[in-house]
Write a protein that binds this ligand. Structure first.
Ligand code: GLU
Length: 268
């Protein structure tokens, strides 16, 4: 973690967690957006060439499983979701493996449950795995282990998971790619005059009141979970940016210090 990280110093970051959600990985019809995933993988490889260390937290297991199995929507039961995720996770990793290996970049899969990151010993084992992978220049691709996750051991959403991963790995920056430009003072889908907030320094819970729930069929996180995760990350000293992942090249803009998305700025 780098103390006192502001926009103009984001190019200094070394370890970055990038989180991408289901709505950014799929088209509105539910099929996989291969073009966007390919672009994201290329940019991540480029970041590795710049000597950054990247951890990718990727959703999509359930959404892609639903699409692959041609189901009418997400299953309602826990066991149904677990089964669909088992199918989708494999396809998701196949896509990543294929695109990353085209650029000779090795990747690894880490599937987590909340209890693993909460127990001191298991957490340390996971941290060791991350560190070993990053030392070998391998990109860890993380998801919740949806196929075995039941309520008691669930992170609930991948925004929260990305915050946990960013903090336990001592990352400098968390980037949450989503389908909206960032965090507005009110819901921009309902209000034309909603204003995008570029920089958040007040890390109190108050900020979460302006964020609503999720309105997407395939993912689970809404703006509230993103703001919650970003606020907690910044509180722990990890700079966090929520931004639109429509064009993953926005990651370069963030590192260039441009005022894109919403940055949660850690205290000095
Ligand atoms: N782990 C879930 C999946 O891969 C996603 C959870 C989320 O979108 O927050 O489908």
């Amino acid at each position: 973690m780098i103390a006192g990280l502001k926009r103009n110093r984001l190019k200094e970051v070394k370890r970055i967690v990038i989180k991408i959600g289901t709505t950014s990985l799929t088209y509105e019809n539910g099929h996989v957006n291969l073009k966007r995933i390919r672009k994201l993988t290329e940019i991540i490889c480029d970041l590795m060439n710049m000597d950054k260390e990247v951890i990718l937290v990727s959703s999509g297991a359930i959404g892609i499983g639903v699409d692959k199995l041609q189901l009418p929507g997400r299953p309602q039961t826990v066991s149904g979701k677990q089964a669909v995720a088992a199918v989708g996770q494999l396809m998701l990793m196949n896509i990543y493996e294929r695109f990353f290996s085209e650029l000779s970049q090795n990747v690894a899969q880490i599937l987590l449950t909340k209890d693993v990151t909460e127990g001191a010993e298991t957490r340390q084992n996971v941290i060791n795995t991350f560190n070993e992978l990053l030392k070998m220049r391998v990109i860890p691709i993380v998801n919740e282990n949806d196929s075995v996750s039941v309520d008691e051991i669930k992170f609930g959403d991948n925004d929260f998971l990305s915050y946990i991963v960013a903090t336990i790995t001592g990352s400098d920056l968390l980037i949450i790619l989503t389908d909206i430009d960032g965090f507005y003072d009110k819901n921009p889908r309902d209000y034309n005059d909603a204003i995008l907030m570029h920089n958040i320094t007040d890390l109190s819970e108050k900020i979460e009141e302006a964020a609503g729930g999720s309105d997407s069929e395939l993912g689970t996180g809404g703006m509230l979970t993103k703001v919650h995760a970003s606020r907690l990350a910044a509180e722990k000293g990890v700079a966090a940016v929520i931004c639109n992942g429509e064009d993953p090249a926005i990651i370069y803009d963030i590192l260039d210090g441009k005022d894109v998305g919403t940055m949660f700025i850690p205290e000095d």
